[in-house]
Every structure is written in C-alpha cells, then in structure tokens.
Design a protein around this ligand. Structure first.
Ligand SMILES: *Cc1c(COP(=O)(O)O)cnc(C)c1O
Length: 455
C-alpha cells in the first residue's frame, strides 16, 4: 500500500503573510511597561532598542501582516518545510494515533530561529542600522542572526551564555563562519557582566545575563546599533507563524486536521509558530484543537510560575513584560536544552494560558532524552534537546490514545535537529544527566521579589 510520508508545499504555495493572533484575541495581551514610570512603553521608547519596522509590528492590530518580498526570497532557500508522518514512531509505540511533525530542522542553521532572524535583520537594514547585538543560549539564535546579518551586510556581536560557549564550540564556529563576533557571557565588556563576575567569577551565565549585556552595548551606541531578541516579543511570535500557516495548508491537502498541536517552550516562539494558526480555527471556526506547550520540569514558568510583570533580563534593563514567570533572578539548572532555560513567557502566550485557551505541561530531562533517542531510531532525525520535549509529549499523547483506544491526530513541531548538540547526547550516554526538581520554596523566593502590578 502506498503511504505518503511527506506532505510538501511548492515555493509558490508558501504563505505570503504572517498571522497576528492579537487581532482575534478577546482579552488582548497586557501592554509592556516602562520600568521607571510603569506606563505602557511608547513606540518611541521601544525604537531606542529595536528597529522601527518590528516595533510597529509589536503594536499592530492587523490580522495578517504581509511578508516583505526580500524576506520571502530568503525564506525560499529552505521553505516550505516538510510535514512528515512519523510512521516509524507510531509503529514503535503501537499506537492508533497518527503522529505528524513539522521539520524546522531543515533550515540552513538547523532550527526555526531563521524565520524571525531574517525579517528582524531586514527591518534594521531598511532603517540604515549597521550593527546588531544579541544574546544566545543554546547558540541557535546567534547562528540564525549571524546568517541573516551576513545576507544584509550588518555586523553582529553575540553574547553567548558561557556554559553553552564551552559545551557547544561548533555553534560558536558556525557564528564565526557567518562573520559574527561571539563573546562568552558574563563578560568584562559591560557593566552588567562585570558586576556579576565580581560576585561570582565562575558564573556560567544565563540567558537573562546575556540579554543584559547585549542591551547595554546597544544602548551605548544608539546612532548605529540596535538590539535583537529571538523569542518572547509579539512580533517574534508572529514571524514564526509561517510554520503553522504552512502546516494548515499541508493538512488541508490531505483532508485532515490535528486534534493536538504540540510545541516545546522557551520564550514561546516556536510554540506560537506552530500553534497560533490552529488556535485561529478554534477562535473563528469553533474547533477544539488542543494546543500544548511543553517546558522542562527544571524551568516550569508556565506550570508553576506566576502571572505578573517581570523584566525580560536579569539586571532589570528591559521593559516590564506581563508574563508567566519564575522571577528574573530564577537560576535554572544546567540542563541541556539551553533554549528552554528562560525564566518567563511572552505576553501573548501568557494571556492565552491565563484564559485557558492553551495548555501547558512539563517534562523531566531524562524523559526528553529517552524520547529523543526513540525518535532518532525510528525517524532517523536526532532532535535538538529542546525539540525532544515536544517529542516526549507527542509520545505521552500517543500512549494515552492507545490506552483510551482512540485514534488521535497529533502534530508536533520539530523545532530543530540536534547535530550540533551531540555533547548533550554524550552526557546522556555517559550517565551524567539527571532530573532536576525545583522546590516550591525556591519559586516562592524568586517570585516574591516581583512588583505587584497584576492584582
Ligand atoms: C531557541 C529554541 C527553542 C526555544 O525557543 P522558543 O522561542 O520557545 O521557540 C526551541 N527549540 C530550538 C531548536 C531552539 O533553538
């Protein structure tokens, strides 16, 4: 019997607009606040830090935002990405569920992050900005931005979380290949970095600290330099919706729709990317597709955090963002899904969770690697440790479907491949990994420091 494994779209079928879910939300996301005045950040204030083009997108109420021709042109290097039926995984699980995954690992940098790196650099380039700064955890965002900067002729300084800098030398070299300057964070190049090193010279860094450093450098060089962020913000989530827009078209081609859509969750961008276009069907067409975010048990902001205003970084330089958060001083354990070690969630996703329009679960580290190995051996692709969280949840859902004797259609986003993350797998094989549970007491201590703005 002929079985279609991959559902493809031609380049001509690539969606030409991003989807802005804010247009369809009954309860709009709360505004981002100026930390000094606690008034909503204005366009002018945000434009000090970010390109004008993306700031406009942060505020837009339009349902669809057209993808600029130059961006579409670069997207076509690898898009559309395949939607794949995971027959091998289904067989191994002996499940009646159908499991599909969207393979964002096929991008040149190996993950979904290029979907937003390209438009972000494009809008800076249009504005005449010459230098960009950013942070990177796992190295994925830095790689994406490096490649995008090389295409538009901007230069780039990347503050890379020190733990990853040493664990992932190849990510650093990828960034160097595309011409970026990569600095291990905390560094002695910024006040923020120096302050932390003075307290703890051996600090291995965090995304929050690296953000502080990148923001500081951009603020110091206003005329020519802007900062970029690879997740969390509204426009970043919107850029990623190309993933779900393609997936909707692909499912339409085979006359099916998923019952469950799953994405791993760091700041929310790949989850939003795969999930929002399906949520639109729930909101506009009365469907009941479950959209599930998967976070690490060791960094459980969605399942155990509080809904409150918090800084996006550790030092308190960024605007206050309404988020599910563990507190900006929360220090996540040194797990190998670097991209998921972030204390908060984006404003839109936080509002959706608050309104119970999406679900959230957490998965322990060992289960994610077991899932990653099963996926590698059944489908051939070694998933990024972040993406393995989505695989793990897809497996849980497929097992549940078997127990209940129902055939569900499950879609998960394979946000990236793990070929540059083999150090993590090496640690797993060597028996050096374990699960980390966080005490309620620790979460109480890091969340009790937050301002009491959302009552
Ligand atoms: C960065 C990253 C993530 C987490 O970031 P989100 O903004 O939550 O998507 C997940 N998977 C991979 C492969 C990443 O590089």
């Amino acid at each position: 019997m002929e079985k279609t494994k991959k559902i493809m779209l031609s380049e001509a079928e690539m969606p030409q607009a991003w989807y802005n879910i804010v247009a369809d939300m009954t309860n709009k996301p709360l505004p981002v606040l100026n930390p000094q005045t606690r008034e909503p950040m204005t366009r002018e204030q945000l434009c000090v830090l970010f390109a004008e083009g993306v700031v406009d997108q942060e505020f837009t109420q339009e349902r669809y935002v057209e993808i600029p021709e130059e961006v579409q042109d670069l997207y076509r290097i690898w898009r559309c990405t395949p939607l794949v039926r995971a027959y091998g995984l289904e067989k191994a699980l002996d499940t009646p569920a159908k499991i599909y995954f969207k393979n964002e690992g096929t991008s040149p940098i190996g993950s979904h992050k290029l979907n937003t790196a390209i438009p972000q650099v494009y809008y800076n380039y249009k504005q005449g900005i010459k230098h960009l700064t950013t942070e990177t955890g796992g190295g994925q965002w830095g790689s994406a931005l490096s490649f995008a900067c090389s295409k538009f002729g901007l230069d780039l300084k990347v503050f890379m979380v020190k733990a990853s800098y040493f664990q992932k030398p190849y990510r650093k070299l990828m960034m160097n290949t595309w011409g970026a300057d990569v600095i291990p964070s905390p560094s002695d190049q910024t006040d923020a970095g120096r302050a932390i090193l003075a307290q703890d010279p051996d600090c291995l860094g965090s995304l929050g600290i690296a953000i502080s450093e990148a923001v500081e450098v951009a603020m110091r060089n206003q005329a020519t330099t802007r900062y970029t962020l690879g997740s969390v913000l509204n426009y970043v989530l919107m850029h990623q919706t190309i993933i779900g827009e393609e997936a909707v078209k692909q499912f339409e081609k085979i006359g099916e729709m998923p019952d469950i859509v799953i994405g791993c969750f760091g700041g929310g961008s790949n989850f939003a990317g795969i999930g929002f276009p399906f949520l639109r069907m729930n909101m506009k067409e009365g469907r009941h597709i479950r959209v599930v975010a998967v976070e690490p048990q060791s960094c459980p902001k969605l399942t155990r955090g509080v809904f409150q205003y918090d800084f996006g970084d550790t030092t308190g330089l960024t605007p206050l963002i309404p988020m599910y958060t563990l507190g900006h001083n929360f220090q996540p354990a040194d797990i190998h899904a670097g991209g998921l070690r972030y204390h908060g969630a984006g404003a839109i996703v936080s509002q959706l969770l608050h309104d119970e329009l999406i679900e959230a679960v957490s998965v322990p580290q060992m289960e994610t690697f077991e899932a990653g190995l099963l996926f590698a051996n059944t489908e051939g692709i070694i998933p990024a440790p972040e993406s393995a969280h989505a695989v793990a949840q897809a497996i849980r859902e497929a097992k549940k479907a078997k127990e209940e004797g129902v055939s569900k259609t499950i879609l998960f986003n394979l946000s990236g491949h793990g070929l540059i993350d083999m150090y993590a797998y090496e640690q797993y094989f060597a028996g050096n990994l374990r699960n980390f549970t966080i005490s309620d007491e620790y979460i109480r201590s890091t969340t009790s420091e937050l301002p009491n703005i959302i009552k």
